[in-house]
Design a protein around this ligand. Structure first.
Ligand code: PLP
Length: 383
């Protein structure tokens, strides 16, 4: 049987699939089983920022795999030590320690528990159009009704407020509010860009009311938006910052970065795989690559180049263009699915977001030539 047939038969599938079998990747490109080449603007959903099969990551995990793959956090480990030092060296300076996880959702889940444990309060506020993950805690903070309605009851004590609207947020705060959970730029919700004034007011509010500010940088972290973290655009100091996706060059990993305010629930939280040496070795290589190649600056320069060119194109299907670094949202006047198909045929793999948004999260190592190719195809399809 073909790969397609096998997956259709055996995978417990919860996603509608695109009709393609991806077998190989390098840099910003991937190839299907017919040898057709694509510029990958999904990049594992914002994961492959340092490029597919990044040679430094490949070397690091090969060497680490031959040495030690697993080691629980009940013991010290040399690679984990180096990774934590590296991670905290790029993190906002008020964040002092990290709990390592295997995914973004798991980071959010831990953050919710840490906020309750630290404040001895129960409730949370997150934003409309937010996305924070699919497990019951993270899902409770995720807005989209279709993701939630069949899985009730979720964790009690969660409320949603309009994004970027401080007054509406204040109205929902009570004595029970343990945490406020926000993305700096909403990814899945449609590439909605956070407002600086809003975030700084939220920061102050959290200080006044002893509320833990949980910033979800799972998609925006690690140079995607033109700074190492999107919080850096505003000098925003989270109490807890959740990261994942691009952190380890494609190896599953996440982290909960905590300020000194956060109390560790000793003996009351845990993980089997979190912080394993293999993921940590990949993380060291990926972060080193970001630093050495100034991927934050590259993201901004390339994003700007992309924007200048696309804005000259007068694309009739486009309602609005939104961007920070190489996190790109092209809001269309209708649903994006037919355009996704057309772009795939032309060798560009786009993501989608919200209801009508084409979302591009290309590897930050994408070349200008590849950007031009993507632009050409977008022009052909969206004119
Ligand atoms: C992807 C994502 C998550 C969930 O992360 P997983 O690694 O898929 O569990 C949470 N929040 C945001 C903003 C994301 O983009």
């Amino acid at each position: 049987m073909t790969s397609k047939q096998l997956i259709d038969q055996y995978e417990f599938s919860v996603y509608a699939k695109r009709d393609v079998v991806i077998v190989k990747g390098s840099g910003a490109k991937v190839w299907d089983d017919n040898g057709k080449e694509y510029v990958d603007c999904v990049a594992g959903i914002g994961v492959a920022s340092v490029g597919h099969a990044n040679p430094a990551v490949v070397k690091a995990i090969s060497e680490q795999a031959a040495k030690l793959i697993t080691c629980p956090v009940t013991m010290y480990n040399d690679t984990r030590a180096k990774f934590l030092e590296k991670l905290m060296s790029v993190a906002p300076k008020n964040l002092k320690r990290a709990f390592l996880t295997n995914s973004g959702t798991e980071a959010i889940e831990g953050a919710i528990k840490f906020a309750r444990f630290t404040t001895k309060k129960t409730d949370f506020i997150s934003a409309m159009k937010s996305f924070h993950g699919r497990t019951l805690g993270a899902l409770s903070a995720t807005f989209k009704k279709e993701y939630r309605e069949d899985f009730m009851p979720l964790v009690p004590g969660f409320e949603f407020v309009p994004y970027n609207n401080f007054e509406k947020l204040v109205e929902k705060v009570s004595d029970k509010t343990a945490g406020i959970i926000l993305e700096v730029i909403q990814g899945e919700g449609g590439v909605n860009i956070g407002d600086k004034e809003y975030f700084l007011k939220v920061r102050e509010l959290c200080n006044e009311k002893n509320i833990i500010l949980i910033i979800d940088e799972i998609q925006t972290g690690f140079c995607r938006t033109g700074k190492f973290f999107a919080s850096n655009h505003f000098n925003l100091e989270a109490d807890i910052m959740c990261v994942a996706k691009a952190i380890a060059g494609g190896i599953p990993m996440g982290a909960i970065l905590c300020s000194e305010k956060i109390e560790p629930p000793m003996g009351k939280h845990g993980t089997t795989f979190g912080g394993n040496p293999l993921a940590c070795s990949a993380g060291i290589a990926a972060i080193d690559f970001m630093i050495d190649n100034k991927l934050d600056q590259q993201a901004e320069e390339k994003g700007k180049y992309f924007q200048e060119k696309i804005e000259k194109m007068e694309l009739s299907k486009v309602r609005e263009f939104r961007r920070k670094g190489l996190m790109i949202g092209i809001e269309l006047k209708e649903k994006p699915q037919p355009y996704v198909q057309a772009l795939m045929e032309r060798g560009v793999i786009p993501a989608t977001a919200g209801v009508t948004v084409l979302r591009l999260l290309p590897p930050l190592v994408i070349s200008y030539e590849e950007i031009d190719f993507v632009l050409e195809q977008l022009e052909a399809v969206l004119k």
